[in-house]
Write a protein that binds this ligand. Sequence first.
Ligand code: ZN
Length: 357
Amino acid sequence: MKKTSICANGTAIKLYEYVEDFYLVSKPANTALKQLRKGLPTWVSSNTYHKMNISLWIYDDTAVNAFSCHYNQKHYIALSIGLLSAFWEEANNFINQENLSLIFHLSENKKSHYINFLYFYMLNFTVAHEFGHIVHGHLTGKKNGHYIEELLRITTDTNSEERKCQNWLTQLKEYDADSFAASIQTILFLQSWSDDTKINLASFDLMFITNYLCFRIFAEKTGRNFDEYLTKDIDEYDHPHPGIRMYYSFIHYFYWIGKFHEFNQDTIDILISGSDIVTRYEHIVLQKKALQKCYYSIAFTEKGAQHLMNLHNGWENLVEYYRHHSYIPIEKMEQINEMPILNFYKAHIKESTENER
Ligand SMILES: [Zn+2]
């Protein structure tokens, strides 16, 4: 097994190619790691991949974390054992929960297949997110450190305005890395495209649920508390609220599926189905009735729409800067001043809540 040591964020970290056998998660994690390493070089041209000098590792830490780092002219993506274990536990708990049959009909003998599917997609999204930080130049340039991690680090040495400014810059980079990851997930989804619409709907539903589970774990297990999201300023947080991450992922999936496939009714139906399953999961399976408790629905409020617009517009203002550090072209888009999807969603949530009664 390959091993190496790097200095990341001022600390020496030992990196390993695979998880040692004595960890419970070693078998599924090592199978997934092998598959992920095969995918990595296909995400950009071979010339760009070579220039990026990138490799994927794991490290021995029980905290749920992942990071990307630039060290000695090389790029590293690393996943903690804590993250590999938390995702495995979440995939198992999700598929085996009793009430899931209220929204999903899974045959008993296919359960392990679905668990592996969710696990792989969760890890693939995370690795693609870290890859996004690197490929779009978030780690280089004056504005940046050489290290980005997903764990929350409380800093006490900055004043509140400075901290909010740093938080906002971090949120914008997270937004952009999530967008890149959505493009990679879309390619995977389209590779398994079927002539049977039902199969496409079901595989998108699972993939969209994967995002939900990822963002929930990142919110709940990395030390962030979004309970007061509705009353706090959006730049009080260093990562976007999980529902906001779902909301813009919804739009990014629509954009990428439309761009790589087609902007037609099929694409709209796929998106609506995925969105519907997450709404129904929170309302029916988890029985979350209060809006504040629903990560997904809370994003479709005026605050959520405003937050999303600020992220989109804020990132567009930075595109010019990051273009100078990016390994691939970054698309520049128009500024937006309204979110028309909001009203559609209000009606959609109302309808799905009424259907439960
Ligand atoms: Zn990130």
